[in-house]
Design a protein around this ligand. Structure first.
Ligand code: FES
Ligand code: FES
Length: 160
């Protein structure tokens, strides 16, 4: 066992884990952040995407010990003061999900996409999300939601 210290959604955690434990399993089984889901376990689907020090990573592709001393944000840490993050609200308003299985990872990836490119074209959104698979929606409303969130977030910035 190896002792790791990881801040998850703003809360410090000190845990003993097997060196081979994946970050996604640490988040779900040890910290209890079950909003992050496992789709493929082979870094193909993006369902397990979280932020590691603010950058999106597929958490089935990272060992828990690699997060030692770092900050992780999951879908459960995205809302603040009881208010949905603008990306979460945009997915809701644009009906950008059906079964919802891909949604946590899709939202975390989309937030990181806007961090790098606050005003992406439709094509740039599609390219930015291509590592995240959805089996339900055909992507149209997901792309619409990300564009809508980009608009909301840019007007929030100009009003700040
Ligand atoms: S579960 Fe991690 S990419 Fe599919
Ligand atoms: S909404 Fe079902 S997998 Fe995307």
């Amino acid at each position: 066992m190896t002792r790791i210290n990881v801040t998850v959604d703003g809360v410090s955690n000190a845990d003993d884990v097997e060196p081979r434990m994946l970050l996604v399993h640490y988040l779900r089984e040890v910290v209890g952040k079950v909003g992050t889901v496992v789709g493929c376990d082979t870094s193909n689907c993006g369902a397990c995407t979280v932020h590691l020090d603010g950058r999106s990573v597929k958490s089935c592709n990272v060992l828990a010990v690699q997060a030692d001393g770092h900050e992780v944000t999951t879908i459960e840490g995205l809302a603040s003061n009881g208010e949905l993050h603008p990306m979460q609200a945009a997915f809701h308003e644009n009906h950008a999900l059906q079964c919802g299985y891909c949604t946590p990872g899709m939202i975390m990836q989309a937030v990181d996409l806007l961090r790098e490119n606050p005003d992406p074209s439709e094509e740039e959104i599609r390219v930015g999300l291509e590592g995240n698979l959805c089996r339900c929606t055909g992507y149209h409303n997901i792309v619409k939601a990300v564009a809508a969130a980009a608009g909301t977030m840019s007007s929030e910035r100009s009003n700040a």
